[in-house]
Each structure stands twice: as C-alpha cells, then as structure tokens.
Ligand binder design. Structure first.
Ligand SMILES: *Cc1c(COP(=O)(O)O)cnc(C)c1O
Length: 371
C-alpha cells in the first residue's frame, strides 16, 4: 500500500559501508559492536543488522529485550548485547534467545544467576559500571560490592564489563577523562580479584572520534557515526562520514494564492500574493517535527524553500517562490540529484539533534534500500 508513496527515506548501503570502514579504522585492533537500537536510528533494525553482519561487525547492541528477540527471529547469529536496564521478569527470555544481559547491581546478578541455575545453563553477562552517566550501572565507587559477589555466582559467564560516556562529544574532555579514570580503577579492582573479562568496552561515537586508543579497550560501540553523523556538529570536520539516509517527498498540490490568503492550521502565515505554494505529503505523523513550521527549509528543485505555516500531521506547505510543479521532488534532509541539505540545519533550527530526527521517523515512511 505504501510502496508508491512519494514520501520515503532512501538508505544508502554504500554510505553505510563507508562509515563502517571508518569505524573499523578508528577502532584499530578493537572489535566493533554496531549499535542498532531504536530501529537502527530509524534506518530499519533488521536490514541494518544484516548489513553490519555482512560487513564484519563483531557484536550488535540494542536497548531492550524485544529488539534482540526480533533480530534472533530474523536469523541474526552475531552476539547481541542488550544495553538497557534489565527487567527481572524477562531474564528467562534473554536465555531463550541467547542474548547477552547487562548486569548493573548485585541484586540483578544474583537474580540472573538463579534463573540460569534453574535451567542448568550459564547466562552471558556484561557488567555495567556507572562512572558518571547516572542512568543505570553499578556506581564506580561501590563496584567492589558487585565484583566481590561474582565468585559465588556459578551460573554466570562474565564476558564483559563496560561504561558509557556522558560528554564525549564535548570539546572539553575533562569529565570524559574523569570517567575513564574511574573505569580504570574498577578494572584494577577486578584484576586484583582475579576476574578476567574478554570484552572491556566504553567508546561511543564521540569517544571513538576524539579519544582514539585511550578509550578503545577490547571493543567500541559506535552508533550515530555508522549512520553518517558525528554526535556534535563541530566534530564533523574530524572524520569523513557519509549520511546514510535521505528523506524525500514530492509536491502533490501547487497554487499561487492571492495576497493575504492564510496557509495551514491557525493561519500563522499569509501569502504575499506573488509566490507559488507547494503542498508536500509529510508531517509530524511521519516524524517530521512540528516545530519545523515557519522555521526550517527544504530543497525543492535544488532551491531552498522555507516551510511556511504550521506542520500538520500529514502535510507541510513550502514557499516555492517563482515556480512550483506537481510531482517536483523535495528533499527534507540528505541528498538527491538536485543537491544536499544537512540534517544539522533542521536540527539547529528547532534545537534538535540528528539522533532525534532520524529515530523519530515513524513506520509509515517507507525505507528504500539502495546500493
Ligand atoms: C546509544 C549507545 C551507544 C552509541 O552511541 P552513539 O553516540 O550513537 O555512538 C553506545 N553505548 C551505549 C550504552 C548506548 O546506549
């Protein structure tokens, strides 16, 4: 039904491969866990996971159980780490689907051990240490409590340990270095207790670009970088990435209304009378942000045209200037034959970030995969 919809997100597998190679190079000898949470940042969970498998990723990272199950049901065999907080009632299902569990407290470790023990299996776990992100994880200062409890828990395969940086996209890396130091302290304690880890990991895209070897350990966890963006715009010049997604639509209605004609909900824009207005079939129901109304622009026929009036659920209107034509292609972000429009421009105009815009695209926008 949606196949012929003029609104679509084109996903370039060539760009994806390019970015993966960049990540590999930055990773050096460390392994690469490709982060595919939130529908692979809006690019399509299963398709992206299959691409990363094909390209040689070592691990996949998702946020919650169901994302991991979807990948297993689609035949993905790579190891998968579920990074979000563990819901205790779900432990059995992690084991059913051979998903690696993030353990962030003694209580959770004991509980996972119990469930695994009852089944006579070993649960694969990574310990999560909170060194300053402040969401989930055993606090670095009290990590000995967790580390010290592990020798009693015989049904755990303790494969990894990790932490997550809060500000690795900042030009001030002081706090990131503090987090690294705290993590090193925890690793030393683990070493003293004789707990071996096959996979120590910390680096997200920001740390991968900015810190290099210092933060690589055994594995790195890039997300946004794989999809063609740095986590902050100022970092873009430091690494050669290709945006993977282009968001496109086509004019379905054009007119040249007389002066004073109001456009859209609440009549927030009135025609000066001498301009062509094109209606584009994309709105906040597709995940195109409502805040973009009267703020952002699109590229129409290679020309920058402001979005005028409020963004509706299914439509936006643009000031196309001297001419507009039915079926004319409009680029919301990314690139097409008429030029390119950085997602950063839209992000900046509405105080958003590319992460939010990409993964905010809803399921009714067809994803079209191209080499
Ligand atoms: C999302 C996430 C990443 C990837 O972050 P990017 O900034 O997209 O590279 C890495 N690790 C964890 C724990 C995450 O939640």
């Amino acid at each position: 039904m949606i196949d012929s919809r003029p609104t679509r997100a084109k996903i370039s597998l060539t760009a994806l491969e390019h970015n993966f190679r960049v990540a590999k190079r930055l990773a050096g000898s460390a392994r690469v866990m490709a982060i595919v949470k939130a529908e692979a940042y809006g690019h399509g969970l299963v398709c992206m996971a299959k691409e990363f498998s094909r390209l040689g990723a070592d691990y996949l990272g998702v946020s919650f159980l169901e994302e991991g199950i979807t990948l297993r049901e689609e035949g993905i065999t790579l190891p998968i780490l579920v990074m979000g907080g563990l819901v205790d009632e779900q432990i059995g299902r992690y084991l059913d689907f051979n998903l690696t569990i993030t353990v962030s407290s003694v209580w959770k470790a004991v509980h996972v051990d119990e469930v695994a023990g009852k089944r006579g299996v070993k649960a694969s776990i990574h310990l999560k240490i909170d060194t300053g992100m402040g969401r989930v994880g055993q606090n670095w200062e009290t990590s000995n409590v967790l580390l010290g409890s592990l020798s009693r828990l015989k049904n755990l395969r303790i494969e990894g340990i990790y932490t997550h940086f809060a500000s690795s996209d900042s030009d001030d890396l002081t706090f990131t270095r503090t987090q690294l130091e705290r993590f090193h302290n925890v690793l030393q304690s683990a070493h003293r207790l004789g707990i071996p880890f096959e996979l120590v990991h910390a680096a997200n895209s920001g740390a991968l670009v900015q810190l290099g070897e210092e933060a690589r350990f055994d594995m790195v966890r890039p997300g946004i970088l794989l999809y063609g963006y740095t986590p902050a715009e100022w970092l873009a010049e430091k690494v050669d990435l290709k945006p993977v997604m282009s968001l496109l639509t086509k004019a379905v209605f054009v007119k040249k209304p007389s002066a004073g004609t109001p456009i859209g909900y609440n009549s927030t824009w009135h025609s000066p009378g001498d301009r062509w207005i094109a209606t584009l079939p994309i709105g906040y129901g597709d995940g195109f942000p409502r805040r973009a109304g009267n703020r952002a622009s699109v590229l129409f026929g290679g020309r920058r045209c402001p979005i005028i009036g409020n963004v509706s659920m299914d439509q936006i209107t643009i000031d196309a200037g001297d001419e507009a034509w039915l079926g004319g292609e409009a680029l919301l972000w990314g690139q097409n034959s008429s030029g390119s429009l950085s997602i950063w421009e839209l992000a900046r105009s509405i105080d958003a970030i590319p992460y939010e815009l990409l993964c905010g695209l809803t399921g009714r926008v067809p994803r079209v995969y191209l080499v």
